[in-house]
Design a protein around this ligand. Sequence first.
Ligand code: F6R
Ligand code: ZN
Length: 191
Amino acid sequence: MWGELGARLDLERGVIAGAPVVRRGLSDLRGCFADAAAYDAALALGDPPLYTVSSVEAGGGGGDLHYGLGVLYPGRIGDEYFMTKGHLHSRREAAEVYIGLRGEGCMLLEDEMTGECRIEPLGAGRVVYVPGHAAHRTINTGDVALVYIGVYPADAGHDYGAIAERNFRMAVVEREGRAVMVARDERNIQQ
Ligand code: F6R
Ligand code: ZN
C-alpha cells in the first residue's frame, strides 16, 4: 500500500505542510565564512536564522527519493553572502536536482575528484543538476528569501565532515554590487 504521495508547499510559512523542519542559525555555521572577525562581530549582536529545510523522507529503499524545501534568508557576513553549510552525499555517486521557486542566488559546486569549482544560478525559474561527487552549497545573492526544492536519492546520506574540515575552495562575495566567485585563500589575504 502506498502511503501519502502528495504534499502542500506552504510558501507563506516556508515549509512543506506537516514535514519536520531543521533550522540553522549563524552559530551553526562557525568556520564557514571567510571573514572570521566579521562573523564574530555579527554573532556578538545575536544569532540570526540563516535557513530552514523541511524534508519529506518517506521511502528508504534503493530506488526511493527524498525531497526538501529550503528557505535561505538574505544577508552577508562581511562581503560574503548568507549560505548553507554545504555537504557531499555519503554515497558519493548520488546526484541531486535543485528547483528554484523564489528569489535569487546560486549554487557553489566543487568536484571532489577533480577540484573543479563552479557557480550555477539558482532562483525562480532555474533548475540545477548537482552531479555525484560534487560538494554543494546554496547561496542567497538577492534581497529576499531564496526558496528552492532539492530532490535526492533516499540513500544519498549527508556528509558534512569533509566540508567542515576544509571548507569550499571558493567563496561567493559581493563586489561593486555584483556576486562574484573568488578563491577563499585570496579572500583571506585581502583582509
Ligand atoms: C539535500 C540537500 C538540500 C540541503 C539544504 C541545506 O541533499 O542538498 O536539501 O540539505 O539546502 O543545506 P545543508 O544540508 O548543506 O545544510
Ligand atoms: Zn545534497
